[in-house]
Every structure is written in structure tokens, then in C-alpha cells.
Design a binder for this molecule. Sequence first.
Ligand code: ZN
Length: 143
Amino acid sequence: MKEERDSAGRTVPIREGLFAVPGEKPERPYLLGSRCRRCGSVYFPRRAVCANCLGETMEEIPLSRRGRLYTYTIVRYPAPGLRAPYAVGYVDLPEGVRVFSVLTGWDDENLGLGIDMELVVERFGEDAEGNEVQTYKFRPLQG
Ligand SMILES: [Zn+2]
């Protein structure tokens, strides 16, 4: 007889305030940005003061789930939570913000400058309490 394992572990973001995952299926996570009410500049991660005009009235906005791959590199040495080879890159979102991200779902065939990317939220690891830690990544848009 198998032992029932307590599966009370929750999923937690790698850092609060980076992204949101609505509870619907299919899940459509999005990044949380901030926009300056004075000059309209958009930032990710969110910030309290505008780097452009020093305005302090920032509003939280959901960022687009899709963007274009500006540049990337393939890393051939492992890092905590990442097996080699892995890819990192910058994705340009329509709001005018450039997001640094680990890339997923790629191979040598489907990765290239300027391709369309979409946001996903994936398991990164486990914390000390046994919760699943999630992080955001971008992957090449299928089809
Ligand atoms: Zn501003």
C-alpha cells in the first residue's frame, strides 16, 4: 500500500509583484508593469518613481503576453535552477518595455532575432517549505 503524501504545497512566485496568473484555464499569465501617469513611460519590473520624469504617480498595468525577441544568447554552463544549455534574452513588448527573461521551448531551429515570443509561467524549483516556486519565461510563439 502506498503512503498518502501531504500535498499541501502551494505555488509561489519567485518574487512578489513580477507577474500574475489568473485562475482560469487555459492560464494566461501576464507580467506586472508600471506606467507613469505624467509622461507615460512603462517599466518592468514595477517601480515607484519614473526614471524619465521623476514622477511619483505610477499605476500598475498588465503587460502584453506577446512580444518580439530583441536579442538572446545561449549559455552552456548551468546556473541555480537552470540546466545547461539554456537561453536568455530580451523581449520587446508593445508597451515599449524591454524585458530580460530566460527562454524556454526553443531549439536551434526556432530561435532567431525578431521572432514572436509569448509569456509562460513555469516551475523553477522548490522552497524550504515544499512550495513550488514559479518564474516567468518567454517561448517562441507556436504557429
Ligand atoms: Zn514619467
